[in-house]
Design a protein around this ligand. Sequence first.
Ligand code: SF4
Length: 232
Amino acid sequence: MLISWIQKTTLLDYPSKVSCIIFTAWCNLRCSYCHNSEFVLPEKIAKIKDFIPELIFLNFLKTKIWILDWVVICGWEPTIQKDLVEFCKKIKDMWFLVKLDTNGQNPDILAELLTYNLVDYIAMDIKWDYENLENLLWIKYNKIDYLKSIEIIKTSWINYEFRTTIVKNYHTLENFEKVVKQIFPCKKYFLQNYRWWNTLNPNFNWESFNSTELLEFREIWVKYIENCEIRL
Ligand code: SF4
């Protein structure tokens, strides 16, 4: 397991529970607005000298059995790590709960993790109307895998969320009904505002929404998905 960084404790990722977060490396997408080119682009990853050995992390977990509830596996796309399933098993064997963040481009791994009860919560990125992603992504987006992942997550027994990083002028309300149709019915949906800094595409200087616009967005969404929140 390639571990680039660990946040040892946080209360933010899973409300009222103590989590640690591990960040992997590599991603199979290239979102223009991504802030993490250091962990996404191979030429930048090659400059990272010190990945954290898996054993060090597992030993750290052993010392936190009475403190931590959740292990969050995120960034940049964990499902492309070849040993993710075995890694989750090792964490579950220590009785921690596992939350996985994903872009939904690897449905087979999601299905395997769910089949063997190796994940307790999944957060999946919804990039928006998948038929119009050209401006947002530099790489081909697999729509079939994306739709398969949504279906696998929605029909699973675990809690989950879908979330979208929204960018002004790209994410408009005109095509949002298409997005609703893709994910409805949905337990929980988060709108995350885009912030301009250190973007993967250095020329991507689109704007963020202001708070009034965000609330307008949410008002329309809650008509379809009751549990829709803004995550700042
Ligand atoms: S935003 Fe997420 S899915 Fe997109 S390139 Fe960055 S890490 Fe990958």
